[in-house]
Design a protein around this ligand. Structure first.
Ligand code: SF4
Length: 691
């Protein structure tokens, strides 16, 4: 027994599945995962995890893992050495830059990779290629939320921590299926509800678990959230629930904003949202009377053609009621991928260096150029292209080469046909991934990266909390940590950065970006964590805005808005709305959770949820097959009849299906941030005659 125990290695890691950032020990013997063991020291989750954190690790040893670089030759992939593959990638990227200019190349960084890897991705784009065209998957999810926070309070992150969410008297949960998408946060809220009498106001078209447990559920017409939120703000002013002292002391543009609320009466809101006026009044009274309010929101808000405006409306409502800067208050966009916050924080954005430092500011450029040892002119002052525009410009042959790390763009981007056309038109595509993904099928060179358990690094969770993870096992085959690949690639492009360990990369960032000044691997050792902005002495900022908002005068801004209807609504021809989102058991394109392991067996197949009313009107029974047809394409799925959806609104997961949901989605997007309007999708339904 003693010998057996010695063979077992216990390693701290951080879950790679969602922005909650649970950490736990992995018990392994060589490559065999024996146990995922939560420990009380874990700062976010303590002894809790969800099914993905506990069980969704079969992919690590999947025979489908890439174990060697691949080069396309005669339309087939052949194995290659690292030397050959990296030399080819370096020369083709430099050639493209020299022939077509730096902005002919686009980079999509990984929201699953580490902070250090995100940093190196943007460093290659900026310091070697000379473009700001670098982005990450926050474009598809939380960019509109970030924009709403920039407009009103200043930082692109959650206002406080999960502790604050637990302390709130009232939590408003909008367009967030928290129990399935951020399960451990949902558990902590359930505890707050049970033990401290916390109240929940849930606003969602779908009656998911949080809605079932809510004190009040507003079952809203999709795409009309700006209207209820603005009507609530107006009600606060009309009924003396506004925090007049807070507004006078800390907020600009109060009167202009108040004027802009004129149209948003409860009566008007009832017409647009489909919620009864009396219920809206009940919601407003809940908000007005609560001593502390947090608002959590996710993709039910952001994946619309006006997601940034709706996010702004939510933050406005918090400002009107003085719900920022105190424990138990603030805005909480729920980050989806494990490190989508970190990928943005560490610079995979078209307009910011790490720490949200503007690329257009010549002094900031000077600072980064000096730190990186490159001429200032190499760093572009021009805002780059985002994911959405990169693909558009690839289609038009303006972008000639792309480098995609760990993102399943060919499956997860809206309007898949368009994306595929863009990739086909590229002269050169590099994909760095664990698997020969659908995106990799379009690549010229595929580089095998490693999952977090085979490397070292750090992630940032939805609370802005930075945590380290450690190597649980060695890289599989010839796969390599992404930071190693990027360092080697840079060397072959004439930039010998010489990093031997990710801690050197973090030390470099801390020396340049103010927000991370006091971050270091020693301060993050083991179960320790830091929450940015981190001061030079290493102290964290768990709760933002206690003294100042992030703006030149330290004040917040109320931002006037008007409501625009969704870009695509149901009509006579396409008479149903297809809502879509995530499921507890799966992650994104299921490249990790659908590899035949335990999470696959828990949820093996795609289905569409339809309401009992629709089932009865169309004579459909559970298990019947239907064809869903949008203006772009069609898919075939079996139906599940459930009152989680109502009327003519259906729901389908984004994870499954051969071609997935994006065969149906279209070009609609939020013009202020270029986030696709995945949730604005009209379809019609045909019954299929099959078993
Ligand atoms: Fe992982 Fe999120 Fe589940 Fe925690 S809640 S175990 S971070 S998927």
């Amino acid at each position: 027994t003693a010998l057996r125990q010695q063979e077992i290695k216990r390693t701290k890691t951080v879950c790679t599945y969602c922005g909650v950032g649970c950490s736990f020990e992995m018990w392994t013997r060589d490559r065999q995962l024996l146990k995922v063991q939560p420990v009380v020291d874990a700062p976010v989750n303590g002894i809790s995890t969800c099914v993905k954190g506990k069980f969704a690790w079969d992919f690590i040893n999947s025979p489908q893992r890439l174990t060697t670089p691949l080069i396309r030759e005669n339309d087939r992939f052949r194995p290659a050495s690292w030397e050959e593959a990296l030399t080819l990638v370096a020369s083709r990227l430099l050639q493209t830059r020299d022939q077509y200019g730096p902005d002919s190349i686009g980079f999509i960084g990984s929201s699953k990779g580490s902070n250090e890897e995100a940093y190196l991705t943007q460093k290659i784009a900026r310091a070697i290629i000379g473009t700001n065209s670098v982005d990450n998957s926050s474009r598809y999810c939380q960019n509109p939320a970030t924009e709403g926070l920039f407009r009103t309070v200043g930082y692109g992150g959650d206002a406080g921590t999960i502790d604050d969410l637990q302390q709130a008297e009232l939590v408003i949960i909008v367009g967030s299926n928290t129990a399935e998408n951020h399960p451990v946060i949902a558990s902590r809220l359930k505890a707050a509800k049970k033990h401290y009498g916390q109240k929940w106001l849930v606003v969602d078209p779908r009656r998911h678990e949080m809605a079932e447990r809510a004190d009040l559920h507003l079952r809203i017409h999709p795409g009309s959230d700006l209207v209820w939120a603005s009507a609530m703000a107006r009600y606060m002013f009309d009924h003396g629930y506004e925090d007049a002292g807070f507004l006078a002391e800390r907020v600009n543009q109060v009167e202009a904003y108040r004027q802009s609320l004129t149209p948003f009466t409860l009566d008007y809101a009832a017409q647009i949202t489909g919620i009864q006026e009396e219920t809206l009044r009940e919601a407003a009274e809940l908000i007005g009377k609560a001593g502390s309010v947090c608002i959590m929101w996710a993709m039910g808000i952001t994946q619309h053609s006006h997601g940034a405006d709706t996010s702004t409306a939510l933050s406005n409502l918090l400002l009107v009621t003085g719900n920022y800067g105190r424990p138990g208050t603030g805005g909480y966009p729920m980050r989806g991928h494990n490190n989508v916050q970190g990928a943005s924080d560490f610079g995979c954005l078209k307009n910011f260096y790490p720490g949200y430092e503007s690329v257009s500011d010549p002094q900031i450029r000077e600072k980064w150029a000096k730190a990186w040892g490159v001429p200032a002119e190499r760093l572009s002052l021009k805002v780059g292209q985002d994911n959405f525009m990169m693909v558009e410009l690839a289609r038009k042959e303006v972008i000639r080469a792309m480098y995609v790390i760990g993102e399943e763009t060919a499956f997860s981007d809206a309007d898949a046909e368009n994306v595929h056309q863009g990739f086909t038109n590229l002269d050169f595509l590099v994909v760095q991934d664990l698997f020969l993904s659908r995106t990799a099928q379009f690549a010229d060179v595929v580089l095998p990266g490693c999952p977090s358990v085979e490397k070292e690094g750090s992630f940032v969770n939805t609370e802005r909390r930075i945590q380290r993870f450690y190597p649980v096992m060695a890289p599989l085959g010839d796969s390599r940590p992404d930071w190693w690949i990027l360092t080697q690639l840079a060397a072959r492009m004439g930039h010998d950065w010489g990093y031997q360990h990710p801690q050197e990369i973090m030390a470099e960032v801390a020396g340049i970006a103010e927000s991370f000044a006091g971050v270091s691997y020693s301060r993050l050792e083991g179960w320790k964590s830091q929450i940015w902005p981190v001061n030079a002495d290493g102290s964290s900022t768990p709760l933002l805005y206690t003294e100042r908002f992030k703006s030149p005068d330290g004040r917040a801004t109320l931002y006037p808005l008007s409501w625009q209807p969704p870009a695509e609504e149901a009509d006579a021809e396409y008479d149903l709305l297809l809502n879509n989102g995530r499921m507890l058991e799966h992650f994104q394109s299921t490249n990790q959770t659908g590899q035949g392991g335990r999470t696959t067996s828990l949820s093996p197949d795609w289905f569409v949820e339809i309401s009992p009313q629709l089932a009865s009107a169309r004579s459909l029974q559970e298990g019947d097959w239907v064809k869903l047809i949008s203006r772009r394409g069609e898919v075939e799925v079996p139906v599940v009849v459930t009152d989680r959806v109502q009327g003519k609104v259906l729901f389908i997961s984004i994870h499954q299906g051969k071609d997935g949901i994006n065969k149906l989605t279209g070009e609609h997007h939020d013009p202020s941030v270029n986030t696709p309007a995945y949730k604005e999708l009209a379809v019609r339904l045909e019954t299929l005659d099959r078993p």
